[in-house]
Design a protein around this ligand. Structure first.
Ligand code: PMP
Ligand code: GLU
Length: 397
């Protein structure tokens, strides 16, 4: 069967592939410690599950408006106003099947062949493929570890040309945990307004923030930048609802309407039952969420301490998300059982095969000097995983 160029040009999601591989090994009885995908290990809180069960028995099992039910879009507006002081109308909100879907829709309606999308690297794997799927060209900017992996205004300005249509910013970031401060965002805003292009602000990790940092949405800086921003968020991470598949975009009506139109011909509405559950999630008590973040903070401190004790590994302090992104290049050129390790992908393969520890090689995020570890497993397993990593690295010759 002949496939379209679009299909031939796309790679499968490696974060999901590594997750599936680790789960398959576990199912076969191998005690794999997975620092793979960023999927919270907590169960979805009961008050959210209860709302879904109630919705099923209340017959909320039919098509809904394509953009999502009004109570959910209102709850999202309320959340954005309370947390960020951002005022949106429900008609500016489009709910989709996960933030990944919201991003896909947004990129599809904003860019096309001949357009460039500025993508700071290290970047989350799906941005790259989604830009390509839209026919646009990713313009990668390699951010620097000494800048906390944050894009500087000078780097942004240098990458701009007449084809520039869009910048994708992710704060707190996956995979690096970089958090942009208000002043970082203000100086990027100046450049964006000067050259007048759009920005996707992916804020899916907004609640996972440490060291007294505060999440700032670039959209909150001025009406001018809000008009150019498509804010993306969702419930997967913050309420441990990865499988429920709800994310959303907030944007000017023109963009929201284009997304609704696209979605009306692809998935139609996101699952009606999940939408009802999300109304409960957003309007309910946010206490469980705070407990989860407190636990992530403990894990983050533990994993950073353990990594710092491994010779040769350096790790930038992540301000947010639930990932660490250590540099492992000091081990390149060494070997294990005759296999030479030349890059993070080689190291990740050896760690999985020989130590039964799953990590994501940085190549997936644009830099194979690093590996990504998510800390979405219990503390005891984090410690066992770090013991295994330290042990294996110590055996490299
Ligand atoms: N953005 C980033 C940066 C992510 O890491 C993820 C992964 N979950 C998503 C968006 C998509 O999340 P979901 O589709 O589960 O809402
Ligand atoms: N976003 C998470 C990750 O980066 C989950 C997997 C995915 O959607 O890519 O691991």
């Amino acid at each position: 069967m002949k496939l379209a160029g679009r299909a031939l040009n796309i790679s499968p999601s490696q974060t999901l592939a590594i997750n599936a591989e680790a789960k398959a090994l576990l199912a076969r009885g191998v005690n794999v410690i997975s620092f793979g995908a960023g999927e919270p290990d907590f169960d979805t809180p009961d008050y959210i599950k209860d709302a879904a069960v109630t919705a099923i028995y209340a017959g909320k099992t039919k098509y809904t408006p394509v953009a999502g039910i009004l109570p959910l879009r209102e709850a999202i507006c309320r959340k954005l106003e309370i947390d960020q002081g951002l005022k949106y109308k429900p008609e500016q909100i489009v709910v989709s099947a996960g933030a990944k879907h919201s991003l896909y829709n947004t990129i599809q309606v904003l860019v096309q062949e001949g357009d460039e999308v500025i993508l700071p690297s290290p970047y989350w794997v799906s941005y790259m493929e989604q830009i390509k799927l839209a026919g646009a060209t990713p313009r990668i900017i390699n951010t620097r570890e000494e800048n906390g992996f944050k894009l500087t205004p000078a780097e942004l300005e240098e990458a701009i040309n007449p084809r520039t249509r869009l910048l994708i910013l992710n704060s707190p970031g996956n995979p690096t945990g970089a958090v942009y401060t208000a002043s970082d965002l203000m100086s990027l805003q100046d450049v964006i307004l000067k050259y007048d292009f759009s920005i996707i602000s992916d804020e899916i990790y907004e609640s996972f923030i440490y060291n007294g940092l505060k999440h700032i949405s670039i959209a909150s800086l001025s009406p001018e930048i809000k008009e150019r921003t498509i804010l993306i968020n969702g419930v997967s991470k913050v309420y441990s609802m990865t499988g429920w598949r709800i994310g959303y975009a907030a944007a000017v009506k023109e963009v929201a309407n284009a997304i609704i139109c696209l979605q009306s011909h692809s998935t139609s509405n996101p699952t009606s039952i999940s939408q009802e559950a999300c109304v409960a999630a957003l309007n309910g008590d946010q206490g469980t969420q705070r407990l989860m973040v407190a636990e992530y903070t403990r894990r983050r401190n533990c994993i950073l301490k353990r990594l710092a004790a491994i010779p040769g590994i350096t790790c930038c302090q992540p301000g947010g998300s639930f990932y660490v992104f250590p540099n492992v290049s000091a081990y390149f050129g060494k070997s294990y059982k005759g296999k030479v390790i030349n890059c993070a992908s080689d190291l990740a393969a050896v760690l999985l095969k020989e130590a039964h520890v799953a990590v994501v090689p940085g190549v997936v995020f644009g830099n194979d000097d690093y590996v990504r570890l998510s800390y979405v497993c219990p503390m005891e397993r984090i410690n066992v995983g770090l013991d295994r990593i330290a042990d294996l690295l110590g055996k490299l010759t």
